[in-house]
Design a protein around this ligand. Structure first.
Ligand SMILES: [Zn+2]
Length: 696
């Protein structure tokens, strides 16, 4: 296989991105290489492709322990034999991993720099063939960077101790000349091929807003973003708490992340965000190093960060899937005072002498000045960023706050045309020829696959790949391979699950989703026809939705609040969703809940919408919760047993494994049906589904 075959086979891409090929060619040709690329520019491809083609093992040295498991999961999911060795493993797991590594079972091994110094690892490295050493976050070797790690200084000694010097690749997103020179010297790179590229992210929109007050400005940027994934960065823990509370109170599913929380809570909150259980993460800059989430639609900086490096790295977490993302910075003059204070009073780095400390501080202040210039000067923001990172930006980009007049600043609210431009631009994205119903179904398949394979959904495939599937509509593995991001391994592993959904939609004879039909019938059973009940009472949507919830809860054998909260029902009254996409906008209704219960609620809403149209009641107030208007619920709830579908409509689990259970559950099988099919107690099924995250 040549490099293109490798790229296609494992990663499903047809061509390399800018700069990647130069790096790949250098490393394959035995020449060291130094890549200066921002996060998200695809730097991992630069060493993963050669790693698969070179004869021996590639070691990837990375300080980001939290990221390793995900990177390895992503590689394994693409069929690449990979492993990681770090302090997260137990001694026993470490032994097993090393034993397999000795046997040559891995092509790529991620390793924390501290590990290089252990005798067992050194012995291993000296007795197998190491073809390449890739050093990630290579700026950590430089004493002039903020992330200096003394242990990085010993990487070169480790490499020298190997029987044969492997080719070395170093990667960093920090681009100052001094740091670059330091990397070459400290890692003892030999005449490295240098690539500085990929800093332009055409799908990202940049704007600096200079508000009088931050909170209203933040809410303006967030307006209409319920349901979208995003990050709000604040500079202090206190602000994180305050902003998170504010967002929760405004109906956003927000979570928080800062160094003051327990490890356990940080881990939980991060996972909630990663798995789309919450939409907004409010965080200090402590958040993000371990995050590789592709569908972040916006990154808002509540304060000005202290350097362009930090800003661009954080802002760059938006739009990793290639879809539009917005990076909005709220700048106020007092940010300068705070930042200077933090630089002058920060914890000293114990590894540096007093003179070196002073030099580092001077450089920090210099970096701060560049950041201030970004926020305060009149210039194209994208061009400024590209020039800062050593790339050539030319004139105005035509798509940043400066070039368009802004979407969120004061000018934007006062100035209608700027607003209109935005709406038009957003509409253009929405009108892209993608069947949104199909997209939602594919997304649910991905969620289910992720649960089964125990990986985050983006490891299965990106949103961009799903969009591509909607366009290509593959129904054979050959066609699936034409979907960008679906290589041979992924197609073999996950292809059929996606294709069966597409086939069902393509074939006109195929019945509409069994789930939809069934749940619609359920809802009909749960709520009486408008004509059959008291007119006033049926107008009360909240009460009707509550009845649906109660009926669903009864069938699932869970408490009603496990189906959804009152706040979620209120959200439904406001949004009045009649499609799954709209339902996903309702806070508290994630993908699984929408798939499972959405149709039941929507059929009631649809019926009411229809009823309203027929009666053409003038000035009908929007339905809102009015608990005072109690309706005797008991009489309304019709037992579900009568409405349960014949088993032929749902898929019953053939075996008790995770995949079968997930498939059955998503097809609409009840817990009772699944229990009977497998001959095990319902409680046990419920427990398994809870563990799979399908019920709550
Ligand atoms: Zn511009």
């Amino acid at each position: 296989m040549d490099k293109y075959d490798t790229l296609r086979h494992y990663f499903g891409h047809e061509s390399f991105r800018a700069g990647q090929e130069t790096m790949v060619d250098a490393l394959l040709g035995g020449r060291d290489a130094l890549g200066v690329m921002p996060t998200g520019a695809g730097k991992s491809m630069c060493y993963q492709v050669p790693a698969l083609m070179l004869p021996g093992i590639t070691l990837v040295i990375s300080p980001l322990i939290s990221l390793m498991a995900d990177q390895v999961a992503a590689l394994r999911s693409a069929g690449v034999p990979a492993a990681y060795l770090n302090s997260a493993l137990t001694p026993r797991q470490m032994d097993i991993a090393l034993e397999r590594a000795y046997q040559g079972q891995y092509k790529i091994i991620y390793v924390a720099p501290e590990r290089l110094e252990t005798a067992s690892f050194l012995h291993f490295a000296q007795s197998v063939e190491i073809s390449m050493v890739a050093v990630d976050e290579a700026h950590c070797v430089s004493q002039w960077g903020q992330d200096f790690r003394p242990v990085y200084l010993r990487i070169a000694d480790f490499v020298d101790a190997l029987p044969r010097r492997p080719v070395m690749g170093a990667f960093t997103a920090t681009a100052t000349r001094r740091v670059r020179e330091d990397i070459i010297r400290q890692l003892r790179l030999i005449d490295p091929a240098g690539v500085t590229t990929g800093f332009d992210r055409p799908n990202l929109y940049f704007e600096v807003v200079r508000p009088k007050h931050r909170d209203p400005a933040l809410m303006q940027v967030l307006a209409g973003r319920q349901g979208q994934s995003g990050i709000v960065y604040c500079s202090t823990r206190k602000q994180v708490e305050k902003v998170c509370d504010m967002l929760c109170a405004s109906g956003f599913a927000a979570s928080r992340y800062h160094a003051g929380l327990s490890d356990e809570e940080r881990k939980r909150n991060q996972e909630d965000f990663q798995y789309d259980r919450v939409q907004v993460m409010v965080a200090t800059n402590a958040f993000g190093m371990g995050i590789d989430k592709s569908n972040v639609r916006y990154v808002i900086h509540y304060n000005m960060p202290r350097s362009m490096e930090a800003y661009y790295q954080e802002a760059g977490r938006a739009g990793r899937d290639g879809e539009p993302g917005e990076c909005i910075l709220l700048y106020m003059a007092q940010d300068i005072v705070t930042a200077k204070w933090m630089i002058n009073n920060g914890d000293p780095n114990p590894a540096l002498s007093a003179a070196e400390q002073a030099e580092v501080r001077r450089q920090d202040l210099q970096r701060l000045q560049s950041m201030i210039d970004y926020c305060t000067r009149e210039h194209c923001l994208r061009t400024y960023i590209l020039r800062y990172f050593g790339e050539t930006g030319t004139g105005d980009c035509g798509d940043c706050g400066h070039c368009t007049g802004g979407r969120y600043g004061e000018a934007a609210t006062a100035d209608r045309p700027a607003r209109t431009r935005r709406t038009a631009a957003m509409a253009g994205v929405d009108q892209a020829p993608v069947d949104s119903a199909l997209f939602e179904k594919l997304r649910m398949v991905r969620t289910a696959l992720a649960k089964v394979w125990h990986v985050p959904p983006y490891v299965i495939c990106s949103d961009a790949a799903l969009t591509s599937m909607c366009r290509v509509r593959p129904v054979t593995p050959e066609r699936m391979l034409q979907v960008s991001g679906m290589g041979e391994v992924k197609t073999a592993r996950y292809g059929e699950a996606f294709m069966s959904v597409i086939r069902q939609q393509e074939s006109p004879q195929a019945p509409a989703s069994a789930v939809a039909e069934r749940t619609a019938r359920r809802a009909a059973a749960a709520v009486p026809e408008p004509a059959a009940a008291d007119g006033e009472a049926t107008d009360d949507l909240f009460e009707q939705l509550r009845a649906v919830r109660m009926a669903l809860a009864k069938e699932e054998g869970v408490f009603a609040f496990r189906i959804c909260s009152d706040a979620t029902l209120t959200g439904m009254c406001r949004v009045r969703p009649v499609t799954p996409e709209m339902m996903l906008q309702v806070s508290g209704m994630g993908e699984v809940k929408t798939a499972r219960y959405g149709e039941a609620f929507m059929s009631v809403i649809r019926r009411q919408e229809g009823g309203v149209r027929r009666t053409t009641k003038p000035d009908r107030p929007a339905a809102s919760p009015s608990p005072g208007k109690a309706v005797p619920q008991k009489e309304r709830v019709v037992s579900f047993t009568a409405a349960a579908p014949p088993p032929s409509e749902v898929i019953l689990p053939r075996a008790g494994d995770d995949a079968s259970l997930t498939e059955a559950y998503l097809s609409g099988a009840t817990i009772q049906q699944m229990a009977e099919a497998l001959g095990i107690p319902a409680a046990q099924i419920r427990q398994r589904l809870q563990k799979l995250g399908l019920i709550f």
